[in-house]
Design a protein around this ligand. Sequence first.
Ligand code: 4NP
Length: 156
Amino acid sequence: MINVLFVCLGNICRSPMAEAVFQDMVEKQGLKEKFNIESVGTSSYHVGDKAHPGTRRVLANHGIECHNIARQISRADMDSADYIVAMDRSNAADLQFRTKGTPAEHHIHLLLDFAPQIDFKDVPDPYYSGNFEEVFSLVETGCRGLLEQIRRDHGI
Ligand code: 4NP
């Protein structure tokens, strides 16, 4: 199993969107059995909440399901993830702090590192901007690059 963990602050806007988009891509490429895909937040602010209505709406508009219930990252999540994919540099800094001195620190990436055609690194937070459609487009581009990288890494 290849474990992919998407991480944002609240686990209600960006990382549940990335989880759903990546799951959809993996299924369409016939790779479902090879992946375990999850998302978490660095904070506990929204633990137990469904994804933000804006995230659910934009995913539904693109025909993608979302069943996420927000939870906060745990030690076990970090230890078991092969790819820890942060939505912005603030999330990545939090993850670097939490994993310092463990193998997991070498598994941290930024989603937009997999989208070299985009000239910025942070997926903007739609919780503040309200721009869920823009975030969807960035997430889709990043997830496409991530899946290509994983397919190369694993020869699949
Ligand atoms: P997310 O967005 O990290 O993409 O889920 C946010 C959700 C909630 C908050 C901030 C960002 N908040 O401050 O409650």
